[in-house]
Design a binder for this molecule. Sequence first.
Ligand SMILES: NC(=O)c1ccc[n+]([C@@H]2O[C@H](COP(=O)([O-])OP(=O)(O)OC[C@H]3O[C@@H](n4cnc5c(N)ncnc54)[C@H](O)[C@@H]3O)[C@@H](O)[C@H]2O)c1
Length: 326
Amino acid sequence: MVSVPARTKKVMIVGDGAVGSAYAHSLVTLDIADEIGIIDLDRAKAHADALDLRHAVPYAPVAAKKIYAADYADCADADIVAITANAPAAQFDGEFDRLRLLSKNVAMMTSITRSVMGSGFRGIFLVVSNPVDVLTHVVAAASGLPTSRVIGTGTLVETSRMRTIIADYIDVHPGNVHGYVLGEHGDSAFTAWSNVSIGSLPIRQWMRHNAGTYGIAPFDELDHRVRQIGFEIYRGKGNTSFGVAGGLARITTAVLRDEHVILPVSAYVDDAYGLSDVYLGVPAVIGRDGVRELVHLYLDDDELASYARSAEILRTGYESVRDTVG
Ligand SMILES: NC(=O)c1ccc[n+]([C@@H]2O[C@H](COP(=O)([O-])OP(=O)(O)OC[C@H]3O[C@@H](n4cnc5c(N)ncnc54)[C@H](O)[C@@H]3O)[C@@H](O)[C@H]2O)c1
């Protein structure tokens, strides 16, 4: 193994499936982490992925890295533990409702969290496993860490899909589409159109200005497409991986470089937007200590009602497992 600088950026990944391995690849090729440990029930697969990833280093313009199949003891001094595991029984069953995975994944998440905390870990948890909002709440409760240090990918992936769909629709770069999808990573997610802009121009004005080109803007249809496109990907290849792994890599960079960047993650909301005691998609300022603060957008009444609906669904989901978390 190569030697790495004394102050390494160390990330542990628990769950080396489609998402975990795509994330690991981003950590290597984008030079985000110096040390990457991979934990999976299937240790041989974790070892094979670690070897394979190491072979991506010589041809990439990146620093040398330590990459290996890891044990929970290796989490002790990690900056980040990302949980991308999925219990073998927790597969989509045709219904494509992420909350249906809850009963299958909750015991796994509690057990993983306790194993990580048993190492003495005091870093930041990033959670991807579905249903991500409820499971992020579970990890926060089971770890005993401050909620600011436990973050889910939330509506980061829907936001990326929205930006891409709008960019395609009006033919601009997705980087010039600003705004967020909020709420549950799931069926009740909603695009906060009141805050979406193209460059700095509010999208509703853009659409009005260009009514000759677009006619009446089909906001509901576009919003529906944002929620459904993940299932189109899932039907085609059996998982979704690159989009969420890209979002996870983005949060990782924000933490490791203490960026104070604003991202729509699953964060703990208490007394904001009329919501309390719930993890859900919300724009938050992210840095080395996790969530520094939430961003308080001005939403219209319909959007606040959609937020309340998402929160109610997620609170009910969490209440159904709260006792098992302890
Ligand atoms: N939040 C999002 O936006 C988003 C997007 C895509 C996928 N997901 C979720 O991410 C999770 C992973 O998806 P995937 O496609 O990579 O799944 P996958 O089935 O390809 O991989 C899951 C991996 O977890 C491992 N695993 C299972 N139990 C474990 C345990 N107790 N400890 C360690 N490893 C364990 C399995 O061996 C497997 O390698 C799923 O829950 C999926 O629904 C979330």
